[in-house]
Design a protein around this ligand. Structure first.
Ligand code: ADP
Length: 431
Protein backbone atom coordinates (compact mmCIF):
# COMPACT_ATOMS: atom_id res chain seq x y z
CA UNK A 1 0.00 0.00 0.00
CA UNK A 2 1.32 3.37 -0.96
CA UNK A 3 1.35 6.08 1.72
CA UNK A 4 2.52 9.63 1.41
CA UNK A 5 2.53 12.24 4.20
CA UNK A 6 3.01 15.08 1.72
CA UNK A 7 -0.16 14.03 -0.08
CA UNK A 8 -2.46 15.78 2.44
CA UNK A 9 -0.34 18.94 2.46
CA UNK A 10 -0.29 19.18 -1.36
CA UNK A 11 -4.06 18.71 -1.63
CA UNK A 12 -4.56 21.39 1.06
CA UNK A 13 -2.26 23.85 -0.69
CA UNK A 14 -3.90 23.32 -4.10
CA UNK A 15 -7.38 23.72 -2.58
CA UNK A 16 -6.30 26.87 -0.71
CA UNK A 17 -4.87 28.36 -3.90
CA UNK A 18 -8.16 27.70 -5.76
CA UNK A 19 -10.32 29.06 -2.92
CA UNK A 20 -8.23 32.25 -2.67
CA UNK A 21 -8.30 32.61 -6.46
CA UNK A 22 -12.09 32.22 -6.61
CA UNK A 23 -12.48 34.50 -3.58
CA UNK A 24 -10.44 37.26 -5.21
CA UNK A 25 -12.36 36.90 -8.47
CA UNK A 26 -15.68 37.00 -6.58
CA UNK A 27 -14.53 39.85 -4.35
CA UNK A 28 -14.88 37.88 -1.04
CA UNK A 29 -11.50 36.23 -0.43
CA UNK A 30 -11.79 36.26 3.43
CA UNK A 31 -15.32 34.71 3.41
CA UNK A 32 -14.32 32.04 0.86
CA UNK A 33 -11.28 31.16 2.99
CA UNK A 34 -13.34 30.94 6.22
CA UNK A 35 -15.97 28.66 4.60
CA UNK A 36 -13.26 26.47 3.15
CA UNK A 37 -11.44 26.14 6.48
CA UNK A 38 -14.66 25.19 8.27
CA UNK A 39 -15.39 22.53 5.63
CA UNK A 40 -11.82 21.26 5.87
CA UNK A 41 -12.04 20.92 9.67
CA UNK A 42 -15.36 19.05 9.35
CA UNK A 43 -13.91 16.60 6.80
CA UNK A 44 -10.82 15.96 8.93
CA UNK A 45 -13.02 15.41 11.97
CA UNK A 46 -15.09 12.83 10.05
CA UNK A 47 -11.94 11.03 8.90
CA UNK A 48 -10.60 11.00 12.46
CA UNK A 49 -13.85 9.41 13.65
CA UNK A 50 -13.64 6.78 10.92
CA UNK A 51 -10.07 6.00 11.99
CA UNK A 52 -11.11 5.77 15.65
CA UNK A 53 -14.05 3.45 14.90
CA UNK A 54 -11.84 1.24 12.78
CA UNK A 55 -9.03 1.07 15.39
CA UNK A 56 -11.48 0.04 18.09
CA UNK A 57 -11.86 -3.42 16.53
CA UNK A 58 -9.19 -5.77 17.76
CA UNK A 59 -8.91 -7.39 14.35
CA UNK A 60 -9.19 -4.57 11.82
CA UNK A 61 -10.13 -5.86 8.45
CA UNK A 62 -9.73 -3.38 5.62
CA UNK A 63 -7.56 -0.32 6.21
CA UNK A 64 -9.93 2.67 5.70
CA UNK A 65 -7.34 5.11 4.20
CA UNK A 66 -4.73 4.38 1.67
CA UNK A 67 -2.99 7.72 1.27
CA UNK A 68 -1.77 10.64 3.32
CA UNK A 69 -1.30 11.11 7.03
CA UNK A 70 -4.39 9.06 7.91
CA UNK A 71 -3.21 6.22 5.67
CA UNK A 72 0.14 6.28 7.47
CA UNK A 73 -1.54 6.31 10.88
CA UNK A 74 -3.90 3.48 9.91
CA UNK A 75 -0.95 1.44 8.65
CA UNK A 76 0.89 1.91 11.99
CA UNK A 77 -2.17 0.91 14.00
CA UNK A 78 -2.74 -2.10 11.75
CA UNK A 79 0.87 -3.22 12.14
CA UNK A 80 0.98 -2.91 15.92
CA UNK A 81 -2.39 -4.65 16.32
CA UNK A 82 -1.16 -7.55 14.19
CA UNK A 83 1.98 -7.80 16.32
CA UNK A 84 -0.08 -7.72 19.52
CA UNK A 85 -2.24 -10.56 18.20
CA UNK A 86 0.81 -12.67 17.37
CA UNK A 87 2.24 -12.06 20.87
CA UNK A 88 -1.15 -12.86 22.44
CA UNK A 89 -1.30 -16.14 20.49
CA UNK A 90 2.19 -17.07 21.58
CA UNK A 91 1.45 -16.28 25.26
CA UNK A 92 -1.81 -18.26 24.99
CA UNK A 93 0.08 -21.20 23.47
CA UNK A 94 2.70 -21.12 26.25
CA UNK A 95 -0.01 -20.85 28.89
CA UNK A 96 -1.93 -23.79 27.37
CA UNK A 97 1.25 -25.87 27.36
CA UNK A 98 1.93 -24.97 30.97
CA UNK A 99 -1.64 -25.85 31.98
CA UNK A 100 -1.48 -29.15 30.09
CA UNK A 101 1.83 -29.95 31.77
CA UNK A 102 0.48 -29.16 35.22
CA UNK A 103 -2.74 -31.05 34.58
CA UNK A 104 -0.86 -34.32 33.94
CA UNK A 105 1.04 -33.75 37.18
CA UNK A 106 0.13 -36.48 39.66
CA UNK A 107 0.02 -33.84 42.41
CA UNK A 108 -2.45 -31.04 42.97
CA UNK A 109 -1.25 -27.49 42.25
CA UNK A 110 -3.03 -24.28 43.33
CA UNK A 111 -1.68 -20.81 42.56
CA UNK A 112 -2.54 -18.45 45.42
CA UNK A 113 -2.19 -14.68 45.81
CA UNK A 114 -0.38 -13.41 48.90
CA UNK A 115 -3.84 -12.90 50.45
CA UNK A 116 -4.57 -16.61 49.81
CA UNK A 117 -7.02 -15.97 46.98
CA UNK A 118 -7.18 -18.84 44.50
CA UNK A 119 -5.77 -17.79 41.13
CA UNK A 120 -5.68 -21.11 39.33
CA UNK A 121 -5.68 -24.84 40.11
CA UNK A 122 -5.26 -28.12 38.23
CA UNK A 123 -7.65 -31.10 38.07
CA UNK A 124 -5.85 -33.03 40.79
CA UNK A 125 -6.15 -30.11 43.22
CA UNK A 126 -9.80 -29.80 42.35
CA UNK A 127 -10.33 -33.49 43.24
CA UNK A 128 -8.17 -33.54 46.36
CA UNK A 129 -9.49 -30.29 47.85
CA UNK A 130 -12.93 -30.37 46.21
CA UNK A 131 -12.49 -27.05 44.40
CA UNK A 132 -14.88 -25.93 41.70
CA UNK A 133 -14.24 -23.57 38.76
CA UNK A 134 -16.35 -20.86 40.46
CA UNK A 135 -13.99 -20.96 43.45
CA UNK A 136 -11.32 -19.03 41.54
CA UNK A 137 -10.83 -15.69 43.33
CA UNK A 138 -12.14 -17.05 46.65
CA UNK A 139 -10.00 -17.32 49.78
CA UNK A 140 -8.71 -20.88 50.03
CA UNK A 141 -9.03 -20.91 53.83
CA UNK A 142 -12.78 -20.29 53.40
CA UNK A 143 -13.06 -23.43 51.31
CA UNK A 144 -10.60 -25.77 53.05
CA UNK A 145 -11.54 -25.35 56.68
CA UNK A 146 -9.34 -27.92 58.38
CA UNK A 147 -7.78 -26.24 61.50
CA UNK A 148 -4.32 -27.62 60.66
CA UNK A 149 -4.54 -26.09 57.20
CA UNK A 150 -5.66 -22.70 58.53
CA UNK A 151 -2.82 -22.68 61.06
CA UNK A 152 -0.35 -23.75 58.35
CA UNK A 153 -1.41 -20.94 56.00
CA UNK A 154 -0.97 -18.35 58.75
CA UNK A 155 2.31 -19.53 60.17
CA UNK A 156 4.09 -21.36 57.39
CA UNK A 157 7.84 -21.15 56.94
CA UNK A 158 9.77 -22.34 53.89
CA UNK A 159 9.98 -26.14 53.68
CA UNK A 160 7.06 -26.62 56.08
CA UNK A 161 4.92 -29.63 55.21
CA UNK A 162 1.71 -30.86 56.84
CA UNK A 163 -0.20 -34.10 56.48
CA UNK A 164 -3.93 -33.94 57.06
CA UNK A 165 -7.20 -35.70 56.22
CA UNK A 166 -8.22 -35.02 52.64
CA UNK A 167 -11.46 -33.01 52.32
CA UNK A 168 -12.21 -35.47 49.50
CA UNK A 169 -12.08 -38.40 51.94
CA UNK A 170 -15.83 -37.96 52.52
CA UNK A 171 -16.56 -38.31 48.79
CA UNK A 172 -16.00 -41.29 46.51
CA UNK A 173 -12.47 -40.16 45.69
CA UNK A 174 -10.08 -42.58 47.33
CA UNK A 175 -7.60 -40.09 48.87
CA UNK A 176 -7.72 -40.16 52.65
CA UNK A 177 -4.52 -38.35 53.62
CA UNK A 178 -2.88 -35.48 51.80
CA UNK A 179 0.48 -33.78 52.22
CA UNK A 180 0.52 -30.02 51.72
CA UNK A 181 3.47 -27.79 50.91
CA UNK A 182 3.54 -24.05 50.16
CA UNK A 183 6.20 -22.42 48.00
CA UNK A 184 6.73 -18.72 47.21
CA UNK A 185 6.22 -18.21 43.48
CA UNK A 186 7.00 -15.01 41.55
CA UNK A 187 6.74 -11.71 43.42
CA UNK A 188 3.24 -11.87 44.75
CA UNK A 189 2.02 -15.44 44.37
CA UNK A 190 2.40 -18.75 46.18
CA UNK A 191 2.21 -22.29 44.95
CA UNK A 192 0.26 -24.81 47.02
CA UNK A 193 1.31 -28.39 46.26
CA UNK A 194 -0.99 -31.22 47.37
CA UNK A 195 0.11 -34.85 47.28
CA UNK A 196 -2.04 -37.91 47.91
CA UNK A 197 -0.11 -39.80 50.60
CA UNK A 198 -2.87 -42.27 51.51
CA UNK A 199 -0.82 -45.31 50.49
CA UNK A 200 2.34 -44.14 52.28
CA UNK A 201 0.38 -43.35 55.44
CA UNK A 202 -1.37 -46.72 55.27
CA UNK A 203 1.99 -48.47 54.87
CA UNK A 204 3.31 -46.53 57.88
CA UNK A 205 0.25 -47.52 59.87
CA UNK A 206 0.66 -51.18 58.84
CA UNK A 207 4.30 -51.08 59.97
CA UNK A 208 3.37 -49.52 63.32
CA UNK A 209 0.50 -51.98 63.78
CA UNK A 210 2.79 -54.85 62.88
CA UNK A 211 5.34 -54.03 65.56
CA UNK A 212 2.69 -53.50 68.22
CA UNK A 213 0.64 -56.58 67.16
CA UNK A 214 3.68 -58.88 66.96
CA UNK A 215 4.82 -57.80 70.43
CA UNK A 216 1.32 -58.15 71.81
CA UNK A 217 0.69 -61.57 70.21
CA UNK A 218 4.00 -62.97 71.46
CA UNK A 219 3.60 -61.46 74.92
CA UNK A 220 0.18 -63.06 75.54
CA UNK A 221 1.32 -66.74 75.26
CA UNK A 222 4.45 -65.91 77.23
CA UNK A 223 2.36 -64.45 80.06
CA UNK A 224 0.11 -67.55 80.06
CA UNK A 225 3.16 -69.85 80.09
CA UNK A 226 4.78 -67.88 82.89
CA UNK A 227 1.59 -68.19 84.96
CA UNK A 228 1.47 -72.00 84.53
CA UNK A 229 5.17 -72.41 85.17
CA UNK A 230 4.73 -70.46 88.42
CA UNK A 231 1.76 -72.70 89.30
CA UNK A 232 3.85 -75.80 88.52
CA UNK A 233 6.59 -74.57 90.81
CA UNK A 234 4.13 -73.81 93.60
CA UNK A 235 2.23 -77.14 93.37
CA UNK A 236 5.02 -79.49 92.32
CA UNK A 237 3.49 -82.39 94.29
CA UNK A 238 0.05 -82.49 92.55
CA UNK A 239 0.49 -84.51 89.36
CA UNK A 240 -2.89 -83.70 87.75
CA UNK A 241 -2.28 -79.97 88.17
CA UNK A 242 1.19 -80.46 86.70
CA UNK A 243 -0.13 -82.31 83.61
CA UNK A 244 -2.92 -79.78 83.04
CA UNK A 245 -0.46 -76.91 83.40
CA UNK A 246 2.04 -78.51 81.04
CA UNK A 247 -0.70 -79.06 78.44
CA UNK A 248 -1.56 -75.35 78.57
CA UNK A 249 2.12 -74.46 78.27
CA UNK A 250 2.41 -76.83 75.30
CA UNK A 251 -0.59 -75.21 73.59
CA UNK A 252 0.97 -71.78 73.94
CA UNK A 253 4.34 -73.05 72.71
CA UNK A 254 2.63 -74.50 69.61
CA UNK A 255 0.84 -71.21 69.02
CA UNK A 256 4.10 -69.29 69.28
CA UNK A 257 5.85 -71.73 66.97
CA UNK A 258 3.05 -71.45 64.39
CA UNK A 259 3.16 -67.69 64.61
CA UNK A 260 6.90 -67.54 64.11
CA UNK A 261 6.77 -70.00 61.22
CA UNK A 262 3.98 -68.01 59.58
CA UNK A 263 5.87 -64.74 60.08
CA UNK A 264 8.94 -66.30 58.48
CA UNK A 265 6.83 -67.64 55.60
CA UNK A 266 5.40 -64.16 55.07
CA UNK A 267 8.79 -62.48 55.09
CA UNK A 268 10.13 -65.12 52.64
CA UNK A 269 7.17 -64.38 50.37
CA UNK A 270 7.76 -60.63 50.60
CA UNK A 271 11.44 -60.96 49.85
CA UNK A 272 10.71 -63.32 46.97
CA UNK A 273 12.88 -66.03 48.56
CA UNK A 274 10.46 -68.79 47.59
CA UNK A 275 10.37 -71.77 45.29
CA UNK A 276 9.15 -70.33 42.00
CA UNK A 277 8.91 -73.61 40.12
CA UNK A 278 5.48 -74.13 38.66
CA UNK A 279 3.92 -77.21 37.20
CA UNK A 280 0.56 -78.37 35.99
CA UNK A 281 -1.14 -79.47 39.21
CA UNK A 282 -4.21 -81.65 39.16
CA UNK A 283 -6.61 -79.82 41.48
CA UNK A 284 -8.71 -82.90 42.27
CA UNK A 285 -5.55 -84.74 43.43
CA UNK A 286 -4.46 -81.78 45.53
CA UNK A 287 -7.88 -81.52 47.15
CA UNK A 288 -7.82 -85.22 48.02
CA UNK A 289 -4.62 -84.56 49.98
CA UNK A 290 -6.34 -81.66 51.79
CA UNK A 291 -9.37 -83.84 52.51
CA UNK A 292 -7.14 -86.51 54.04
CA UNK A 293 -5.44 -83.89 56.23
CA UNK A 294 -8.62 -82.21 57.48
CA UNK A 295 -11.17 -85.04 57.55
CA UNK A 296 -10.53 -86.01 61.18
CA UNK A 297 -10.75 -82.34 62.36
CA UNK A 298 -14.05 -82.01 60.49
CA UNK A 299 -15.31 -85.34 61.86
CA UNK A 300 -14.59 -84.23 65.42
CA UNK A 301 -16.94 -81.30 64.86
CA UNK A 302 -19.39 -83.45 62.86
CA UNK A 303 -18.91 -81.19 59.86
CA UNK A 304 -19.35 -82.37 56.27
CA UNK A 305 -16.41 -81.69 53.94
CA UNK A 306 -17.77 -81.76 50.38
CA UNK A 307 -15.32 -81.54 47.47
CA UNK A 308 -16.64 -80.93 43.96
CA UNK A 309 -13.68 -80.44 41.62
CA UNK A 310 -13.60 -81.54 37.96
CA UNK A 311 -11.42 -84.61 37.55
CA UNK A 312 -9.28 -83.28 34.73
CA UNK A 313 -8.77 -79.75 36.02
CA UNK A 314 -5.10 -78.76 36.08
CA UNK A 315 -3.69 -75.45 37.32
CA UNK A 316 -0.28 -74.04 36.43
CA UNK A 317 0.99 -73.22 39.89
CA UNK A 318 3.43 -73.96 42.63
CA UNK A 319 2.17 -77.03 44.47
CA UNK A 320 3.41 -75.93 47.91
CA UNK A 321 1.65 -72.57 47.44
CA UNK A 322 -1.66 -74.22 46.50
CA UNK A 323 -1.40 -76.48 49.54
CA UNK A 324 -0.72 -73.50 51.83
CA UNK A 325 -3.69 -71.62 50.40
CA UNK A 326 -6.06 -74.57 50.76
CA UNK A 327 -4.84 -75.47 54.26
CA UNK A 328 -5.54 -71.94 55.47
CA UNK A 329 -8.95 -71.62 53.83
CA UNK A 330 -10.24 -75.09 54.74
CA UNK A 331 -8.75 -74.81 58.25
CA UNK A 332 -10.55 -71.47 58.75
CA UNK A 333 -13.83 -72.86 57.40
CA UNK A 334 -13.66 -75.67 59.98
CA UNK A 335 -12.57 -73.41 62.83
CA UNK A 336 -15.11 -70.66 62.24
CA UNK A 337 -18.13 -72.92 61.58
CA UNK A 338 -20.44 -74.38 64.16
CA UNK A 339 -20.69 -78.11 64.81
CA UNK A 340 -22.54 -80.09 62.12
CA UNK A 341 -21.77 -77.41 59.57
CA UNK A 342 -21.24 -78.01 55.89
CA UNK A 343 -18.11 -76.95 54.01
CA UNK A 344 -18.03 -77.01 50.20
CA UNK A 345 -14.89 -76.80 48.12
CA UNK A 346 -15.52 -76.32 44.41
CA UNK A 347 -14.54 -74.76 41.10
CA UNK A 348 -16.40 -72.22 38.94
CA UNK A 349 -15.60 -70.44 35.67
CA UNK A 350 -17.15 -66.98 35.20
CA UNK A 351 -18.20 -65.10 32.01
CA UNK A 352 -14.74 -63.58 31.57
CA UNK A 353 -13.14 -67.01 31.63
CA UNK A 354 -11.63 -66.60 35.11
CA UNK A 355 -11.63 -69.68 37.30
CA UNK A 356 -12.50 -69.62 41.00
CA UNK A 357 -11.44 -72.22 43.50
CA UNK A 358 -13.84 -71.57 46.37
CA UNK A 359 -14.24 -72.66 49.98
CA UNK A 360 -17.75 -72.03 51.24
CA UNK A 361 -18.98 -72.51 54.76
CA UNK A 362 -22.18 -71.93 56.73
CA UNK A 363 -20.29 -70.58 59.73
CA UNK A 364 -20.36 -67.37 61.74
CA UNK A 365 -19.75 -65.08 58.76
CA UNK A 366 -17.93 -61.75 58.89
CA UNK A 367 -19.37 -58.23 59.22
CA UNK A 368 -18.77 -56.08 56.08
CA UNK A 369 -16.53 -53.59 57.94
CA UNK A 370 -13.88 -56.28 58.47
CA UNK A 371 -13.78 -57.65 54.93
CA UNK A 372 -11.20 -55.29 53.44
CA UNK A 373 -8.85 -55.76 56.40
CA UNK A 374 -8.84 -59.55 56.72
CA UNK A 375 -5.65 -59.97 54.70
CA UNK A 376 -3.70 -57.58 56.95
CA UNK A 377 -1.22 -59.29 59.24
CA UNK A 378 -2.60 -60.08 62.69
CA UNK A 379 -6.05 -58.83 61.76
CA UNK A 380 -8.59 -60.97 63.59
CA UNK A 381 -12.31 -60.44 64.04
CA UNK A 382 -12.82 -60.16 67.78
CA UNK A 383 -16.29 -61.80 67.68
CA UNK A 384 -14.83 -64.89 65.94
CA UNK A 385 -11.80 -65.23 68.21
CA UNK A 386 -13.85 -67.14 70.78
CA UNK A 387 -14.33 -69.88 68.19
CA UNK A 388 -10.63 -70.24 67.42
CA UNK A 389 -8.35 -69.23 70.25
CA UNK A 390 -5.27 -70.63 68.56
CA UNK A 391 -5.47 -68.41 65.46
CA UNK A 392 -2.63 -66.03 64.70
CA UNK A 393 -4.29 -63.65 62.22
CA UNK A 394 -1.57 -64.36 59.65
CA UNK A 395 -3.22 -67.07 57.52
CA UNK A 396 -5.14 -64.86 55.08
CA UNK A 397 -2.15 -62.51 54.71
CA UNK A 398 -0.17 -65.54 53.52
CA UNK A 399 -3.01 -66.64 51.22
CA UNK A 400 -3.09 -63.20 49.60
CA UNK A 401 0.67 -63.19 49.02
CA UNK A 402 0.63 -66.69 47.58
CA UNK A 403 -2.20 -65.75 45.21
CA UNK A 404 -0.36 -62.58 44.14
CA UNK A 405 2.51 -64.78 43.00
CA UNK A 406 0.08 -66.53 40.65
CA UNK A 407 -1.58 -63.33 39.32
CA UNK A 408 -4.64 -64.51 41.19
CA UNK A 409 -6.73 -62.68 43.77
CA UNK A 410 -8.78 -63.42 46.86
CA UNK A 411 -12.45 -62.45 46.78
CA UNK A 412 -14.30 -62.70 50.09
CA UNK A 413 -18.05 -62.81 50.22
CA UNK A 414 -19.62 -63.13 53.64
CA UNK A 415 -22.89 -62.59 55.46
CA UNK A 416 -22.82 -62.24 59.22
CA UNK A 417 -24.46 -65.27 60.79
CA UNK A 418 -24.92 -67.03 57.45
CA UNK A 419 -21.47 -68.05 56.31
CA UNK A 420 -18.58 -67.07 54.08
CA UNK A 421 -17.21 -67.87 50.66
CA UNK A 422 -13.49 -67.40 50.00
CA UNK A 423 -12.70 -67.47 46.29
CA UNK A 424 -9.25 -67.75 44.73
CA UNK A 425 -9.75 -66.24 41.28
CA UNK A 426 -7.21 -67.41 38.68
CA UNK A 427 -6.72 -65.80 35.26
CA UNK A 428 -7.62 -68.00 32.24
CA UNK A 429 -3.92 -68.53 31.35
CA UNK A 430 -3.49 -70.53 34.58
CA UNK A 431 -5.80 -73.44 33.76
P1 ADP B 1 -6.56 -66.74 62.03
O1 ADP B 1 -5.29 -67.42 62.34
O2 ADP B 1 -7.05 -65.85 63.11
O3 ADP B 1 -7.62 -67.67 61.53
P2 ADP B 1 -6.62 -65.62 59.36
O4 ADP B 1 -5.77 -64.58 58.73
O5 ADP B 1 -6.69 -66.94 58.70
O6 ADP B 1 -6.17 -65.73 60.85
O7 ADP B 1 -8.08 -65.03 59.43
C1 ADP B 1 -8.27 -63.71 59.90
C2 ADP B 1 -9.62 -63.58 60.58
O8 ADP B 1 -10.65 -63.72 59.60
C3 ADP B 1 -9.90 -64.66 61.57
O9 ADP B 1 -9.39 -64.34 62.83
C4 ADP B 1 -11.40 -64.73 61.57
O10 ADP B 1 -11.91 -63.79 62.46
C5 ADP B 1 -11.78 -64.33 60.16
N1 ADP B 1 -12.09 -65.51 59.32
C6 ADP B 1 -11.27 -66.15 58.48
N2 ADP B 1 -11.91 -67.16 57.84
C7 ADP B 1 -13.17 -67.14 58.31
C8 ADP B 1 -14.36 -67.93 58.05
N3 ADP B 1 -14.35 -68.94 57.17
N4 ADP B 1 -15.49 -67.61 58.71
C9 ADP B 1 -15.52 -66.58 59.58
N5 ADP B 1 -14.45 -65.80 59.88
C10 ADP B 1 -13.29 -66.08 59.26
Amino acid sequence: MKTDIKYDRNILLICLAFVVMFGVVAGYPAEFLAVFLLAYIAVQYARLRTLYQWARFSEPKEIPFEKGLFGQLAELIHHSTKQRLVEKESVKYQLDRFKKLISVFPDGVVILSLKNEIQWFNDQASRLLILKKEDTGQLINHLVRHPRFTHFLKNFKDDDVIVMEAPSAETNWSAEKIEIRLLPYGDDERLLLIRDVTKIERANQVRKDFVSNASHELRTPLTVMKGYVEMLLASSSDETVQVASLKKVDQQVVKMQTMIEELLALSRLEEGKVDDSQASINLRGLCEQIKAEFQSAADKRKQALIFDIPKTLNIKANKASLLTIMRNLVGNAINYSDEKGEIRIGWLVDDQGQGSLFVKDKGSGIAPRHLTRLTERFYRVAENNVKNKTGTGLGLAIVKHELDRHEARLVIDSQEGEGSCFQCVFPPERF
